[in-house]
Design a binder for this molecule. Structure first.
Ligand SMILES: CC(C)(COP(=O)(O)OP(=O)(O)OC[C@H]1O[C@@H](n2cnc3c(N)ncnc32)[C@H](O)[C@@H]1OP(=O)(O)O)[C@@H](O)C(=O)NCCC(=O)NCCS
Length: 338
């Protein structure tokens, strides 16, 4: 007969709210202008600027790995939050470009940071990955499962891009952004509005699977490709509503928003969102894409960090984050900036 332990079994419980204590950022060490990419895709600087708003993108040299980018961003976030490795209970890495199917990057990153005995796992939600991670970290902290969580969005997209693929090569950059999520007496991270649309699973995809590579008939190395128009239309049809739903879930309105940080996918998508949401001129909007490109899971934290470093956003500002991309997966939340 099984024992009834319900009177003794203790459920985890945590603080009433959570907050982001600090961000950290690491961009690729190279700045690659459009002119360096156009020949391979029969394009032009003017076409890329007009269609995407990208002038140059950050890329990492061959020896600067995605894990090293993640480490640099994490060290900065931990230093700014004045938190020691021993205080971190969980490491969540959002990435689609760690070059091993298994093990995950997170345990290796934790080890390199001197974080011992922490839960460590990767999550694959592409450009939505960082916002998925913040949603998970918020829940882990408030439930008492973890005191402090390191959330990292890290992607070295150039490792998985075919320079001759004109559907995507010119969009992508390399970088990592990190955040420390910790407990708070009041909510400084609102409820995450997340979801997915698997009917568009193939809109952004690999050219083949790892099993295809194993055989002799498949591609030499699967790279990323996309139906840009499908993704573009999906984004302009759905993301404004997701932002409105996120604010409603948080008990706030657009008038409360000081800073808007959408995924840095395309300047035209960002401008369209600003128009649809009728954001006031006072709202600070992240437009990091112009010089960083689309860095997938790193895009949102890199854009926030830049606004904070440039003084365009400040501690205490109410900020809406939204990530969306391959899956199609999306996630958004309101955060009060550290
Ligand atoms: C990829 C993207 C920039 C393409 O822009 P677009 O305005 O949709 O362009 P289209 O695909 O409709 O093509 C328009 C024209 O440009 C041409 N074209 C396509 N890619 C080109 C390139 N790289 N260089 C030059 N011309 C190109 C097309 O052949 C087409 O020519 P046509 O009018 O003579 O037929 C845009 O769709 C996009 O950014 N989508 C979102 C993708 C995204 O963010 N993905 C990342 C994951 S979040």
């Amino acid at each position: 007969m099984s024992k009834d332990v319900s009177a003794r079994l203790t459920a985890a419980s945590g603080p009433a709210g959570s907050r982001i204590a600090a961000f950290g950022a690491a961009r690729g060490d190279l700045s690659v202008p459009n002119s360096e990419l156009i020949e391979a895709i029969d394009s032009s600087d003017e076409w890329i600027r007009q269609r995407t708003g990208i002038v140059t993108r950050s890329r990492a040299s061959k020896d600067l790995t995605v894990t090293e980018l993640a480490r640099r961003a994490s060290v900065q976030a931990m230093e700014r939050a004045e938190i020691t490795p021993a205080e971190i209970d969980a490491v969540l890495v959002a990435t689609i470009t760690f070059p091993y199917q298994t093990p995950a990057m997170a345990p290796l990153l934790a080890h390199e940071l001197g974080i011992k005995d922490a839960a460590a796992y990767d999550l694959s939600a592409a450009c939505a990955g960082f916002c998925y991670g913040i949603g998970q970290a918020d829940a882990l902290v408030r439930s008492g499962v973890a005191r402090n969580v390191l959330v990292v969005g890290a992607d070295k997209m150039s490792d998985f891009i075919d320079p001759t693929d004109r559907s995507i090569s010119f969009l992508m950059g390399d970088g990592a952004g990190a955040a420390i999520v910790t407990g708070s007496e009041t909510a400084k991270i609102g409820p995450t509005r997340w979801g997915s649309d698997g009917s568009n699973w193939r809109a952004i995809r690999m050219t083949g699977s790892l099993l295809d590579v194993r055989g002799c008939s498949g591609p030499a190395w699967p790279t990323l490709e996309q139906d840009g128009r499908t993704v573009f239309r999906w984004a302009v049809w759905h993301t404004a509503d997701i932002v409105r739903q996120t604010l409603a879930k948080s008990g706030l309105t657009l008038a409360d928003v000081d800073v808007f940080v959408p995924h840095q996918a395309n300047m035209r998508i960002i401008n369209e969102l600003v128009k649809q949401l009728k954001l006031s001129d006072d709202t600070v909007v992240a437009r990091d894409i112009e010089t960083t490109g689309n860095t997938s899971a790193a895009s949102v934290p890199l854009a926030v960090d830049r606004l904070l470093c440039e003084g365009r956003a400040k501690s205490g500002d109410v900020c809406v984050l939204i990530g969306f991309g391959a899956g199609l997966a999306y996630a958004a939340q309101v955060v009060v900036l550290p």
